[in-house]
Design a protein around this ligand. Sequence first.
Ligand SMILES: Cc1ncc(C[n+]2csc(CCOP(=O)(O)OP(=O)(O)O)c2C)c(N)n1
Length: 414
Amino acid sequence: MDAPVPVQAPLNLHVPEPPQRPGSEIDFSALVVPPAGATRRPDTGTPAAEMTDLAYGLVRVLDDQGHAVGPWDPGLDPDTLVRGLRSMMTVRAYDERMQRAQRQGKTSFYMKCTGEEAIAVAQAMAVDRSDMLFPTYRQQGLLIARDWPLADMMCQVFSNAGDRLKGRQMPVFYSSREAGFFSISGNLGTQYSQAVGWAMASAIKGDTRIAAAWIGEGATAEGDFHHALTFASVYRAPVILNVVNNHWAISSFHGIAGGERTTFAARGLGYGIPSLRVDGNDFLAVHAATRWAAARARANLGPTLIELFTYRAAAHSTSDDPGKYRPENAGAHWPLGDPIDRLRQHLTASGVWSEARQEALAREVAETVQAAGKEAEALGTLDKGPFHSARTMFEDVYKTMPWHLERQRRQAGV
Ligand SMILES: Cc1ncc(C[n+]2csc(CCOP(=O)(O)OP(=O)(O)O)c2C)c(N)n1
């Protein structure tokens, strides 16, 4: 029966509020987490209308003991798993070094992806090296998993003499044509329509490469997200549309972007796009879901939307203090654990790992990051220079500099 409507009840709006604020107990008990292995794996031709359970459920492979269970187990060999672990550990060590460098004044800004390492790393490993990636600022793991030199990334963060972007981008807004890593834009969401456009062009040309895009759950509230989904669905663009739901958009919790009563994966269903919701801290589940989506794209079955369910364990960036808007240390209590610990536990449970191998890998990763740091810092840092000439800001946009830029350049005296 309908709820009774009081006579002349005043109307009011619902303004979502996060369940906890600073000072309150951390409580994730409202999360519904299905057991690992319980979610079915439909075949790749399944239409969106028959995938409601997957868009509201959660694909999980790793159980609490570190065993891979259920139909989504991608069956990766030990070498591939160790490669994934090494890349995730490298991302974390790289993040820590660059965060420290920011505190030391060597750069103005840095963004970590703590707790989200499995997403970029497993996804880069699940697509082909020639596929084109359209990331946000939190997918440094894509470059690292593609073995792009760490020193080159660091030079970009330091805006130094080795920065191929010549200091014209914000730190962490990497760009690498050779790595198939599209330039990061400060305007949230633009990469989604660019990825769909690129994928459509690939299909129009009869190419075999697919595209993948990432967006934060906060930015799904931007129009670009919805425009991209429309085009992707209508033309069955060969693209993987990832939504990284790390629960926070700076200080706004996911409810402000519409996550209170539905899932972000469910957004895809309304556009007729098959959609999966996946445990983003489960390396195997992320890999398997991405493989599934890539197979759909390559078979001309069109786009797939994947919500990667995770938690932003660290601050939004070096300019942010999460202690002002959520309980301290909330990330450490995330019920789906830490992606690096979980993959390591899996390798141990599979009998291919040991304490000694873990220590050796940690040492190797620390040395790699340290060596890259020295190499990059030898080319300068933001506090000490050398600095790129202001003249460079007028260059590299047009093949021939148009008259108005030429005039501005002269006015700037460079
Ligand atoms: C169009 C636009 N609006 C606002 C901003 C400011 N801004 C930068 S990051 C951010 C939060 C984005 O959160 P989310 O999409 O969830 O990604 P996350 O940072 O959590 O990875 C905002 C609002 C921006 N850069 N561009």
